[in-house]
Design a protein. Structure first.
Length: 131
């Protein structure tokens, strides 16, 4: 699907290296979106779900970008949202391992409950509005 750069929608996806995030990225790319994904540095070994979407950074007109970030880092989220200026944000990032949630309940709450709050606060602080 060929979409003009000026009309191309921009999506930001947290949790892009997870199962649902990778499928969503594929769907959005098929629909002509420019897709930006946030991945944690700890996900460095876990990118196989999006490796096939990777594009050489030296190629013009790329439409898939990965950014290092974390839902526990407000400053980083603000920077990424400001840089990407998304039309749509999909928050699929979470600490989703059940065993880890019992072993590290505060960390799980920080990511899964306060993470979305940080993302919403970044949107508010930057004055992004619905498009």
């Amino acid at each position: 699907m060929e979409v003009k750069e000026s009309t191309r929608k921009v999506a930001l996806v947290t949790g892009i290296t997870g199962q649902d995030g990778s499928y969503l990225a594929e769907l959005l790319l098929e629909k002509g979106y420019q897709v930006h994904g946030i991945k944690r540095r700890a996900s460095l070994f876990n990118t196989q779900r999006v490796d096939h979407l990777y594009q050489d950074p030296h190629v013009n007109h790329r439409n898939f970008f990965l950014h290092y970030g974390d839902l526990t880092d407000s400053t980083n989220l603000i920077r990424i949202v400001q840089q990407t200026q998304p039309d749509e944000i999909y928050n699929l990032g979470a600490q989703s391992h059940v065993a880890v949630s019992f072993e590290s309940p505060e960390y799980t709450a920080d990511v899964d409950a306060l993470g979305p709050l940080r993302l919403l606060e970044a949107i508010r602080m930057l004055g992004l509005t619905k498009k």
